[in-house]
Design a protein around this ligand. Structure first.
Ligand SMILES: O=C(CO)COP(=O)(O)O
Length: 121
């Protein structure tokens, strides 16, 4: 059962994540939400009623903070809309985060279609 969810999007994908969260905000409001810094701030601006715990910005360690939560069994699932078209300066952090999600076998949604499957599941 998913009670704690991580939300992350690269800049080009933030509009898609905002839209997805908006479409599911009632369901998501029942979960404890963690997000990397800029993603979290954008979500809270768009949906002030939604409680989002914003960590550091991804390139400044936020991805690693989420990875640590996964290792510690404190994150049940991760929605991470990665940008397949742009290189990321912190690509090693991105890879480390997705690797830990795979290693610890938590649901990992890298695009909207898979996020739909996670939220419906
Ligand atoms: O870069 C990110 C994930 O790798 C996202 O970080 P922000 O939410 O701070 O933009």
């Amino acid at each position: 059962m998913i009670t704690t969810l991580g939300l992350v999007a690269h800049d080009a994908c933030k509009p898609v994540l905002l839209d997805w969260v908006g479409a599911h905000r009632e369901r998501l409001s029942a979960l404890t939400l963690f997000a990397t810094g800029t993603t979290g701030r954008r979500l809270m601006e768009a949906y002030p009623a939604l409680a989002v715990n914003a960590l550091k910005s991804g390139p400044l360690g936020g991805d690693q903070q989420l990875g640590a939560m996964i290792c510690e069994g404190r994150l049940d699932a991760l929605v991470f809309f990665t940008d397949p078209m742009s290189p990321q300066p912190h690509d090693v952090d991105v890879k480390a985060l997705t690797r830990l999600a795979v290693l610890y076998d938590i649901p990992l949604a890298l695009n909207r279609a898979s996020a739909e499957a996670v939220i419906r599941g």
